[in-house]
Design a binder for this molecule. Structure first.
Ligand SMILES: Nc1ncnc2c1ncn2[C@@H]1O[C@H](COP(=O)(O)OP(=O)(O)OP(=O)(O)O)[C@@H](O)[C@H]1O
Ligand SMILES: CC(C)(CO)[C@@H](O)C(=O)NCCC(=O)O
Ligand SMILES: [K+]
Length: 242
């Protein structure tokens, strides 16, 4: 069994996968808030884990804390490299690219091989990346995630409240403050994704991440909602390197 871990800035997502399973076919999976990571070993106990592959974009402190929770087997800390499994990274400095973005692009290629793609990962931050049909990671966009956008309005204005996440979708032209904030933040996410797809030749968009189920229904472009695309990419990386 391989343990795949995607440590984001808010949550740690994980999956256990048997050797030879197809993309996204997990034996078990789960998530934990970064602050609750000490409960992770309970979730993994009893599984015969042979190796671990981790994407961490939450910094060295979280890495050190997570390391203590992992089973005592070989751990690969995933990093963005110039080329892996047919994906070529055209970031000016390839290692500067967030390893979750590189993994997400690998995951996208595993799910939709040989297609031009836009990969939108909607977490704490939203990233929207273009991948060519030839496997070139062309680059992308970073913007505040849905929750961070709303929180920054509340934190920096006198009259705007913190809106509750998870409430019903707002009409585009809202008639009250809460809905106007929801509509504005959602439209910013949707608008950026649709623009990326249009500029990338109308490419299929694969959308994933905690906010994706809220954003996807508002997209008017061809798209596919994918559960945990970073983990799918880590799985692809694990199997490509043996
Ligand atoms: N029910 C909801 N309604 C609206 N927005 C939500 C909801 N749940 C989560 N969000 C927003 O979605 C974003 C991502 O949430 P979450 O922390 O679950 O994602 P994640 O993909 O695990 O992030 P990361 O990988 O950065 O840790 C946040 O901006 C959050 O505020
Ligand atoms: C953009 C985030 C925060 C998304 O999780 C992460 O991929 C990251 O920290 N990236 C480093 C900067 C970059 O990708 O250019
Ligand atoms: K993210």
């Amino acid at each position: 069994m391989i343990l795949l871990v995607d440590a984001g800035n808010t949550r740690i997502k994980w999956a256990l996968v048997e050797q030879g399973a197809s993309p996204g076919q997990w034996a078990a999976s789960g998530a934990s808030a970064n602050a609750d990571l000490n409960h992770l070993p309970e979730a993994w106990q009893g599984a015969s884990i042979e190796r671990v592959i981790v994407s961490n974009v939450a910094g060295q402190r979280l890495r050190d804390q997570l390391q203590l929770m992992l089973p005592p087997v070989a751990v690969s800390w995933f990093a963005s490299v110039p080329e892996l499994a047919g994906l070529r990274n055209s970031y000016r400095n390839p290692s500067q690219l967030g390893c979750d973005r590189f993994a997400a692009a690998l995951g996208a290629r595993a799910l939709a091989p040989g297609q031009a793609l836009v990969v939108a990962t909607c977490g704490t931050a939203t990233t929207i990346d273009a991948v060519g049909a030839d496997g070139v990671f062309l680059g992308g966009m970073i913007l505040p995630g849905l929750g961070l956008m709303a929180a920054s309005l509340a934190a920096n204005t006198a009259q705007l409240p913190q809106v509750a996440a998870g409430s019903a979708a707002a009409p585009p032209f809202a008639d009250n403050t809460d809905d106007a904030i929801r509509s504005g933040c959602l439209s910013a996410q949707v608008g950026a994704i649709e623009r990326a797809s249009r500029l990338h030749g109308g490419a299929l968009c694969l959308i994933s991440g905690g906010a994706a189920p809220h954003i996807a229904p508002a997209l008017s472009i061809l798209h596919r909602l994918v559960d945990n695309i970073v983990l799918v990419g880590l799985h692809a990386a694990a199997t490509s390197t043996g």
